[in-house]
Write a protein that binds this ligand. Sequence first.
Ligand SMILES: Cc1cc2nc3c(=O)[nH]c(=O)nc-3n(C[C@H](O)[C@H](O)[C@H](O)COP(=O)(O)OP(=O)(O)OC[C@H]3O[C@@H](n4cnc5c(N)ncnc54)[C@H](O)[C@@H]3O)c2cc1C
Length: 298
Amino acid sequence: MITHTHPTLPDFDYIRPETLVEASEFLALHPNEARPFLGGTDIFVRMRDGFLAPKFLVDVKYLDGTNKLLFDLEEGLTLGAAVNMNRVIASPEVQTYYPLLVKACKSVASYQLRTRATIVGNICNASPAGDTIGACLVMDGVLEIHGTTGLRHEQLATFFLGPGKTMLKPGDIVTAVRFPLPPKESAGTYLKLGRNKLSDLSIVGVTVLGSPDPGLSSGFRFRIVLASVAPVPLVAAEAEAYLAEQAVTSESINYAARLASEACVPIDDIRASAKYRKLMVRNLTEIALTEVWKKLLG
Ligand SMILES: Cc1cc2nc3c(=O)[nH]c(=O)nc-3n(C[C@H](O)[C@H](O)[C@H](O)COP(=O)(O)OP(=O)(O)OC[C@H]3O[C@@H](n4cnc5c(N)ncnc54)[C@H](O)[C@@H]3O)c2cc1C
C-alpha cells in the first residue's frame, strides 16, 4: 500500500462511453487498467488510499437502462445500476413491496452518501460488509450483465467469490439488479451493529426474511444472511434448514441463532475481534428472527 501524507487521487483518464457495447469493448480491451464505476463512493476511496490505481475509470451511469426503476406485479422490481439508494428509499413501490430493501439502504452511511451510492455498486464492490447485499440475497436478486457477447442474467447467490472478488469477467458491466415479488405475507429485517450510528461499516449485519410456507414441516421459511463474518456474505444455511423443520418457538429460534453463529468464520480487524463478532451474530440473529416471527404472527 502507498501511504501519502496528504491523501490524494492518483492520475486517471475519465471515459464516458456512449453505448453499452462501446463500454464493454473498452473494458475488455484494458482488463487490468480500466474499471467501471457508478457513484464512486467505494472506488475513489480505494484509489485515494492506494489500493487501486486504474489508468481508466469508465463511467457507466449514463448508459442505456441504467437509470430505470421499474415495478410490475408480475415481473417484480428492476433497479438500474445507476439508481442511487435515496431513489430506492423514496420509491412508493419499493416501500410497499420491498420494505427490507428500504431498511437496508437506510443503514448505509448518511443521506449525503446515499445520493451517490448505489445498490449495484455495493454488490460489485463485493465487500462482506456490504449492507444491502443481504437483502438482495434473501430476495433472490438476479443481476443483468452486459459483456462482450451481449446481455445475460446471473443469480446473485453465485456472484461472490471472495472479498472484492466476483464472477465478473473483463468487459462485464452490471446494468441492473432484478427481484421477483417477495413471497406473500413475508416480513423481514436488517440489524446492523457498527461502531457508531453513522457512516461506519458493519461489525456484524444480520438480514432475515420470513414467510409462511405450507410445504415445509414448520410451516415457515426463514432466509438468513450474515455480513462481515466470512470472506463473502454468508447464507446461514444450517439455521435456515433447522427452522424449516422445527416448530418455530423461542427455543428453536435460540438454537437457530447458535447454528448461525457456528457457521461464521470471522476475522479480527480494527472494528472487532472474531470472538465478539460470533457472539454478536448469535445475539442479533435471535433478535432478528424473533422480530420477524412476531411480524409473521401479526
Ligand atoms: C463515508 C463512507 C461511508 C460508507 N458507509 C457504508 C455503509 O454504511 N455500508 C456499506 O455497505 N457501504 C458503505 N460505504 C461504501 C459505499 O458507499 C457502498 O459500497 C456503495 O454502495 C458503493 O456504490 P457506488 O455506486 O458508489 O460504487 P462505486 O464506487 O462506483 O463502485 C464500487 C465497485 O464496483 C465496481 N462497479 C461499479 N459499477 C459497476 C458495474 N456497473 N458493473 C461492474 N462493476 C461495477 C467498481 O469498479 C468498484 O470496484 C461507505 C463509503 C463511504 C465513502
